[in-house]
Design a protein around this ligand. Structure first.
Ligand code: ADP
Ligand code: MG
Length: 488
């Protein structure tokens, strides 16, 4: 473990330390909402997924959806945290048009989960532990829609009452890269655990960033909270802008006002939204309609047995089962889909070759078109067939890369492309021997150089054969024949 890193901001007055704590809202994967039978699905028509409770009709009462509780417990275990045997649901009171009850049911002093951590990678050998203060359950609010009519605003209550896990870190993050790594890792852990789908575009995972700056070793500075960051890229940009803004203010003798800010992705800037409210403004009190939540040890134990393999365990397994190096194992284990692709591809093949192809070729091309591995035009099965053609000597590795490029564009099978373009490797020894004889005959100088002990000229001969065959000669056979002939 290490936590010494160079400071990212140096101003007129020297280095500044950035302090960041994140609050991540992760929607619990569940068919139903937290306290009602309303559907928690995404993409339905407006106000379609409502239960009477979700819109605060009189006489309705909340009942806890026990599956959601199981999901929170599972998440807590996946985050190395303590599952509390006793927790409380509180009312957090505030007015907002999309909050029909006038309060949000949340957890305040007694959350369901406390004291976890995530280790983020600093480099191949070093990691840094980011402590998680708490994970609590709360209801999501509805959504106000202001852009569909010049006169009216609308409200879609589909999200109202959907179960969220708010996961609060300690202020242990020291720059925007670490913050990005932390959210990436947190998202992966929840996705592996199957407790949140992690879809940031659909808002299943959103982030508030608390940012302050200070001179190294000074007391914590005043923080600003940037609300509702909906992508890791925006999170990182917002933190970078905000930290620099605070340094500029402080260096010109001003002070930081504690406030809630918004990030505008177009301008890349944060701006004031409201001055920071304090916990006492919300008049938290235990919801009288809900009993304290009691969780028996046995329930925790049963759930711990259902916990699937998590990214850290997967990484270790990739090293031991497939003999991958640290770097490969880290990259392959970063996303569920990548791991799945890798395991399919390496079945019956060399795992190192499979990892190489994914990391250096497939990721390169996917990056170019800004797609993820699950949207890859080349499936693991198709890529596997290409690798088989390399491994049985039909084509060389070099030609395979050409075929791969073509496959990426055309969605054709490797075999088709090889046949269409006549790319088959030349492995016939007689054919290659003829070419080598010709080259030796025409290039006395190089032959003599070899005989005088300049073995480097070997490469030149190989190059000549490759040139004549447009790279299609089998390099192993070419080498063998050239050596045999030159040593004659
Ligand atoms: P609130 O609910 O008012 O936002 P919390 O106590 O839940 O307040 O803290 C929110 C987040 O702010 C936590 O992630 C915490 O680590 C972070 N935080 C607290 N103090 C600072 C600070 N001085 N600078 C940066 N982050 C901070
Ligand atoms: Mg907050």
């Amino acid at each position: 473990m290490s936590d010494t890193r160079p400071y990212k901001i140096t101003g007129k007055t020297g280095s500044w330390e950035i302090v960041i704590g994140l609050e991540v809202h992760a929607q619990v994967s569940s068919k139903l909402k937290l306290f009602s039978n309303g559907a928690a699905s995404f993409g339905s028509n407006e106000n379609e997924n409502l239960d009477l409770l979700d819109i605060g009709l009189p006489g309705t009462l909340p009942t806890i959806n026990s599956f959601v509780i199981d999901q929170a417990i599972k998440s807590g275990l996946a985050l190395n945290a303590k599952v509390n045997n006793f927790s409380i649901f509180d009312r957090k009171n505030y007015f907002y048009p999309d909050l029909p009850l006038g309060y949000q049911i949340s957890q305040y002093k007694e959350p369901i989960i406390s004291d976890g951590y995530i280790d983020i990678d600093i480099n191949e050998n070093d990691s840094k532990r980011i402590r998680i203060e708490r994970l609590h359950l709360e209801q999501d609010a509805g959504k106000s829609i202001h852009d569909q009519s010049p006169e009216d605003s609308f409200i879609d209550f589909n999200r109202a009452g959907v179960a969220l896990m708010e996961i609060v870190s300690h202020p242990d993050l020291s720059d925007w890269d670490e913050a990005g790594d932390y959210v990436t890792k947190l998202r992966n852990i929840l996705r592996f655990a199957n407790t949140c789908d992690g879809n940031m575009q659909e808002g299943s995972l959103r982030c508030d960033a608390n940012v302050s700056v200070r001179k190294p070793n000074n007391a914590l500075g005043t923080r600003c909270e940037i609300k509702n960051l909906n992508s890791i890229k925006n999170l990182m940009k917002a933190i970078e802008f905000e930290a620099n803004r605070q340094v500029s203010l402080l260096e010109s003798g001003e002070t930081i006002a504690q406030e809630t800010r918004l990030f505008d992705a177009n301008s890349g800037k944060t701006r004031t939204m409201r001055s920071k409210e304090e916990a006492h403004d919300y008049r938290y009190f235990p919801d009288p309609d809900l009993l304290p939540l009691k969780i028996e040890e046995d329930r925790i134990h049963q759930i711990s047995k259902t916990l699937p393999e998590l990214p850290a365990q997967l990484k270790e397994r990739l090293k031991s089962q497939y003999n991958l190096g640290s770097y490969d194992a880290r990259v392959i284990s970063a996303e569920l889909e990548t791991a799945k692709y890798f395991e399919d591809l390496s079945e019956g093949r060399d795992p190192k070759q499979a990892a190489n192809w994914i990391i250096s070729n497939l990721f390169g091309k996917l990056n170019e078109i800004d797609k993820s591995i699950s949207e890859s035009p080349i499936s693991s099965k198709k890529l596997g067939k290409l690798l088989d053609l390399v491994n049985d000597g039909t084509i060389s590795n070099k030609i395979a890369k050409e075929v791969f490029e073509e496959m990426f564009m055309s969605s054709k099978e490797a075999k088709e492309i090889i046949e269409e373009k006549g790319l088959k490797q030349i492995s016939n020894e007689d054919d290659i021997e003829k070419l080598v004889d010709k080259i030796i005959l025409e290039n006395e100088t190089q032959v003599n150089q070899f005989k005088e002990g300049n073995t480097k000229v070997m490469g030149w001969f190989v190059g000549q054969v490759m040139k004549l065959t447009k790279g299609q000669a089998n390099p192993g056979i070419v080498n063998k024949i050239i050596l045999k002939k030159l040593n004659n």
